[in-house]
Design a protein around this ligand. Structure first.
Ligand code: FE2
Length: 231
């Protein structure tokens, strides 16, 4: 994956690949930027320099190394603050708009996602990752089920920007759960021709292709998560 741009009104969102298959994001406006997650510092420094951006703040979804490994280096060099996922959820003014942090435990006991209502974008970290959800690494199945339910309550045209590109694995798992599901097959096929569109889908598309959003009970969810762990 290369750096991907989404132009949204006066804003630009840059999806910057880091490490092996992680993605960090820069929300930019008028030469200023906010960074979502910081798995690696170097690609962030390179992008800020190339795009002539001033970084204001770092928002962390959760504290796994592949999401925070570059944070210290960025804070030290640029003198910016980082916002821990442990900070109480709520709304913050940012870049002339509002960012709402939402608590979504499950993948870890402490996990935040960041929603920019004006931009219709949601940075989901490892709670919701293109076509699946994160593993249970500290939180419970009940928590993750309920966190995903909360995401499903947001507008269907919300663009879902997760912390990894796991699309192929996730759609192969999805098709093993629902063989013959045409939407899942189309999303997998789309990855070959337009990976950006396949990875960074809208919530409406996630609802059609993500099996973890298609179960009705926490029991079904728990079973599905177990199946994926050994897929
Ligand atoms: Fe994680």
């Amino acid at each position: 994956m290369q750096t991907t741009r989404f132009q949204i009104g006066d804003f630009e969102v840059l999806a910057v690949p880091v490490l092996h298959d992680n993605v960090v994001y820069l929300v930019c406006r008028d030469g200023k930027a906010v960074l979502i997650d910081a798995g690696e510092a170097k690609p962030v420094f390179q992008t800020l320099e190339k795009e002539n951006l001033q970084l204001l703040n770092i928002l962390i979804t959760h504290t796994h190394y592949d999401h925070v490994g570059g944070c210290r280096a960025i804070v030290d060099r640029l003198g910016v603050q980082s916002t821990s996922p442990g900070v109480e959820a709520g709304e913050c003014p940012m870049l002339g708009t509002v960012c709402r942090s939402i608590s979504t435990p499950g993948h870890m006991a402490v996990h935040k996602i960041y929603y920019f209502p004006e931009l219709n974008v949601l940075f989901t970290g490892d709670t919701l990752i293109n076509g699946a959800c994160g593993r249970l690494l500290g939180g419970t199945a009940r928590q993750l089920f309920s966190s995903l339910r909360e995401i499903c309550g947001l507008p269907d045209d919300t663009r879902i920007l997760g912390g990894h590109d796991y699309l192929v694995d996730n759609m192969e798992f999805a098709l093993s759960v629902e063989p013959g599901n045409a939407n899942m097959q189309s999303r997998l096929d789309l990855y070959r021709t337009d990976p950006v569109a396949a990875i960074f889908a809208l919530l409406a598309e996630e609802k059609k292709t993500n099996p973890f959003l298609r179960v009705d009970t926490v029991e079904e969810f728990t079973e599905l998560r177990k199946q994926k762990d050994s897929f």
